[in-house]
Design a binder for this molecule. Sequence first.
Ligand SMILES: Nc1nc2c(ncn2[C@@H]2O[C@H](COP(=O)(O)OP(=O)(O)OP(=O)(O)O)[C@@H](O)[C@H]2O)c(=O)[nH]1
Ligand SMILES: [Mg+2]
Length: 305
Amino acid sequence: MTEPKTKCGFVALIGEPNAGKSTLMNKMVGAKVSIVTHKVQTTRARIRGIAMAPNTQIVFVDTPGLFRTRRKLDKAMVAAAWTGAADADVVVLLVEAHRGITKGVEMILDGLQTRIGGKQKIALAINKIDKVKSEVLLELTESLNEKFPFEQTFMISAEKGFGVKGLEQYLCDVLPEGPYLYPEDQIADVPMRMLAAEVTREKLMLRLHQELPYALTVETEHWNERKDGSVRIDQVIYVAREGHKGITVGPKGEGIKTVSMMARKELAEMMGREVHLFLQVKVRPNWENEQERYTEMGLDFKDTK
Ligand SMILES: Nc1nc2c(ncn2[C@@H]2O[C@H](COP(=O)(O)OP(=O)(O)OP(=O)(O)O)[C@@H](O)[C@H]2O)c(=O)[nH]1
Ligand SMILES: [Mg+2]
């Protein structure tokens, strides 16, 4: 008997900020690979998560949300998302069921025609179906398919898992034959230093309000394996203004203490060992114009132009 042929390929998840891309990827992978918050623009760079299905390895590419913007960091994020789509075998566009066809969705539909080349299969996933009545879904499916010739439409709830198996089956059907790109037990292709910085950024996003979460970045500076099996992680939170530092640290340092505790706990669970996390807040007014900051985030500085 001959071995069954394996399949493997890249599936880019794109959509407006907050559409549920990272939630869907984590669900498919079965572990938290990409951070999730209720706020827009949580994901800043392309994050690869790997899911295994029978004879198929699906490499998901979670991308930053697509939207119109002029800010440098946002431009680099949007460019990263389109590159993710252009490089993929399959693109899945997520649209939020309760929001329908927004201006942002229209802009993405235009981009699908002009920005990614046409070699990919493009499918539609209407997400958050737990939020709407089923009648709405048929109408939305029809309107979206009139605007763009999607290969398939799926109705899903990434959070609750509805419809996710069907989408996975479709991906297994359409991905090209080829050898696995990663070992079968690998679930992510993100440097641990970056993943650890992302976890801290998630906790900061959850605690801080208004523009502040968008005006900071987190970097892992040192990663030291200790003899006792634990790991010491030193991170820097760069903020743009002195006032931001005060808010981030909080009265008597309570804010940063809570963030540190939450991030440490999650990292320890993730890695299955003890973690010592040290956070430092530094004011760096110009960080958004520094090439190195973008490289650390996994973004391309030239995309800020
Ligand atoms: N009710 C409901 N909420 C969902 C569903 N999927 C995701 N969410 C929520 O939507 C919010 C945004 O989810 P994310 O996965 O961070 O969205 P994203 O598209 O990655 O967002 P950006 O990274 O900002 O572009 C979170 O609060 C999720 O819990 C769903 O199926 N139903
Ligand atoms: Mg995201």
